[in-house]
Design a protein around this ligand. Structure first.
Ligand SMILES: [Cu+2]
Length: 83
């Protein structure tokens, strides 16, 4: 699976792909950030940059999060199910 990741803002963001049974909104919190336990890959993007992230994902549930600063806590997260 290839993620075409576009950072449309002027600030740094990242995409971390975490294999987890938890929903993206319910990850354990460590020092104000989402735990990245189960991470299978990530990509960081400076402002207005685009990158591709190719991962071989097993069937299951994944949380997609940005863990820069307080972005996760602000809601920068999504769920992904691979069938
Ligand atoms: Cu972010």
């Amino acid at each position: 699976m290839t993620f075409a990741v576009e950072n449309a803002s002027g600030m740094e963001h990242e995409l971390v792909v975490i294999e987890t049974g938890r929903t993206a909104a319910k990850l354990p919190i460590v020092n104000g950030k989402a735990s990245e336990k189960g991470s299978v890959g990530e990509v960081a993007l400076a402002g207005h940059k685009s990158k591709r992230l190719t991962l071989k994902l097993e069937k299951g549930h994944y949380a997609l999060v940005c863990n820069v600063g307080g972005h996760y806590m602000a809601g920068m997260r999504a769920d992904l199910t691979v069938r």
